[in-house]
Design a protein around this ligand. Structure first.
Ligand code: AMP
Length: 212
């Protein structure tokens, strides 16, 4: 089973994809996480990737393609994959032509709610675990629940960059929706829209009711 989660930054895709991975034993494909990790390494691609992320622009498709290829080489799954925030544009959607997508789930949520969520978000960099100061706080303030290591802000969670990320998302979403409109989903599979304003548990229940 392969699932695509579409949604603006802060809509909860990362949080939900972790639950889904645990329940269905899928492999998580999060280019955001892979790229964030790369942006911390001091190798040749560090500066380039860092610049894209800092400004909120989409990383060049060639870099995305190479990272995706690498991911599949090292993380083969017989059960399937969940794509968190991928594809983000039409060309990326075409990278998926060898995979049968069963479900596309679009998270819908107003900008003002997103901005509140993103400004209160903290992450554990090594694992990608996501917290929110109010809605999903760690057990001990500012520390990761599992490792006890310090939580940090994401460098792209500031208002100027958030606005750019939202704009890009909306521009590309329209084309992606058209792509999936004519996608050849198998029987009982398809494109679903969910209300991402709800709390974490309700959204999870909603997703499970779709996937079964
Ligand atoms: P995310 O953690 O999914 O919000 O992604 C953080 C940043 O990584 C984005 O703002 C982009 O710069 C980059 N990124 C993540 N996924 C993609 C993708 N599929 N295509 C291009 N850039 C991406």
């Amino acid at each position: 089973m392969n699932i695509v989660l579409l949604g603006p930054p802060g809509s909860g895709k990362g949080t939900q994809s972790r639950f889904i991975v645990n329940r269905y034993r899928l492999n998580l494909v999060s280019l955001g996480l892979i790229l964030h990790k790369k942006s911390l390494e001091k190798n040749s691609s560090y500066n380039l990737i860092n610049n894209y992320i800092k400004t909120g622009n989409l990383v060049n498709n060639k870099i995305i393609y190479n990272n995706l290829k690498n991911y599949f080489l090292n993380n083969n799954s017989l059960i399937g994959y969940i794509f968190d925030g991928f594809p983000r544009n039409l060309e990326q959607a075409k990278f998926l032509k060898f995979i049968n997508i069963n479900y596309v789930i679009e998270f819908v949520i107003p900008d003002r709610v997103l901005i509140k969520r993103l400004l209160g978000r903290r992450i554990h960099l090594k694992s990608g675990r996501i917290y929110h100061l109010k809605y999903n706080p760690p057990k001990v303030k500012d520390l990761d629940d599992i490792t006890g290591e310090k939580l940090v802000f994401r460098k792209d969670d500031n208002l100027r960059v958030i606005n750019n990320r939202l704009k890009i998302y909306k521009d590309e979403l329209f084309k992606l929706k058209n792509f999936f409109k004519i996608y050849n989903f198998k029987k009982n599979n398809g494109y679903y829209i969910i209300d991402a304003c709800k709390n974490i548990n309700d959204i999870y229940t909603n997703i499970i009711s779709i996937i079964g």
